[in-house]
Write a protein that binds this ligand. Sequence first.
Ligand code: Z5A
Length: 217
Amino acid sequence: MSEQRPALVRPPRLISLEGGEGAGKSTVMAALRASLEASGAEVVCTREPGGTPLAERIRAILLEATNEAPCASAELLLMFAARAQLVETVIGPALERGAWVISDRFTDASHVYQGAARGGDLALIAELERRIVRIEPAVTLLLDVSVAVGRARIGNRGALDRIEAEREEFFETVRAAYLRRAEQHADRFHVIDASQSAKAVAAQAVAVLDAHREGVQ
Ligand code: Z5A
């Protein structure tokens, strides 16, 4: 007897930003927010892991460099615990009342970091997404930039967090996995060359959003 698998719902006002470190997600988020707010829309900007007091505490656990790093499975489940809290208490209610939600990373990051880069169980990740998260973005902007350029941009920020301190090959795997995912989910992914100026990247991101908005009631 085969069990029916719930399909992912794609709320039209849910937008995510993905990319490697230093790709410029925070910069693009500000441009998208300004563009939406200029038309009088309510916009909720959030980030993953994090975005609620509890999820931010989970983020701190995930990113702190300690003697006891979470094992790969613990890291995966903590990412999904934070996401469950965020979807239940922030993203879901915001979408319900008609707000736009822009998330700095969403479940694609778990497919890429915990799945491809850490070698995690891809079927389990997909199952957690279907059963716990249940939604996926209508538009995902992938800001693609070389690892060297991304790292140089965040270079003068001070101490690296636990994930930022990974080896270069880890981030090369992340970049390749994001590009593969963009190909596999071409109906919602838009890849932007993030090596361009911040202004050019923001303009392209806003253009993608504007085109999408034309089809949203
Ligand atoms: N993670 C995970 O493993 N699994 C998951 O499921 C999730 C996350 C959700 C934290 O994420 C870590 O969690 C992340 C993945 C993992 N680890 N890593 N690596 P995060 O999103 O908070 O961390 P991040 O990707 O490292 O963020 P970031 O480094 O802040 O990147 P950003 O937001 O894309 O960059 P930015 O702050 O907008 O820009 C960085 C600097 O570059 C800044 O000085 C800008 O002024 C400058 N900048 C931006 N754009 C440009 C351009 N176009 N030209 C020149 N300079 C620019």
